[in-house]
Design a protein around this ligand. Structure first.
Ligand code: ZN
Length: 148
């Protein structure tokens, strides 16, 4: 398990330093802002949603490695998925980082790297910030979401 933990940590650091989809998609038709006052993480998420499917996703912002890595892997994970699939992924991710679900790469893919977060309750909000922002964006709420 410790080797896996190390690998997971490396992936988080990599995504934290070199976030994927760190840009706003052209023609974005959904968006929201998220803020985690506990850690100071801030991000703005923009999405292109067509026919109940996330066609493109990108974000900008600044935060700790975990919040940035979470937004990075999330934007990768949700691209091409239907809104129903995105919602199921959100539920699984939330259960994973709160320690209610064993990491299952089959359903979670790269998101499984966040399994270690459940050992650090302070970090759960960093990991879920992007996802709460996503939910707000999909619900059509344009106001800032806060993890508090
Ligand atoms: Zn943070």
């Amino acid at each position: 398990m410790s080797e896996l933990r190390e690998l997971y940590q490396e992936m988080i650091l990599d995504h934290g330093k070199h976030p994927r989809n760190f840009r706003f998609p052209e023609n974005a038709n959904r968006g929201s802002e998220g803020y985690n006052p506990l850690c100071g993480d801030r991000l703005t998420l923009k999405l292109v949603v067509e026919n109940d499917r996330v066609v493109d996703a990108g974000f900008q912002g600044s935060g700790c490695a975990i919040s940035t890595a979470s937004a990075s892997t999330m934007t990768e994970a949700i691209k091409g998925k239907t809104l129903g699939e995105v919602d199921a992924l959100f539920q699984s991710f939330h259960e994973l980082v709160t320690g209610k679900l064993e990491p299952d790469p089959e359903t979670l893919g790269k998101l499984a790297v966040f399994s270690g977060v459940s050992d650090f309750p302070m970090r759960v909000k960093c990991a879920t910030l992007a996802w709460h922002t996503l939910r707000a964006a999909l619900a059509g709420q344009n106001q800032q979401v806060s993890t508090e």
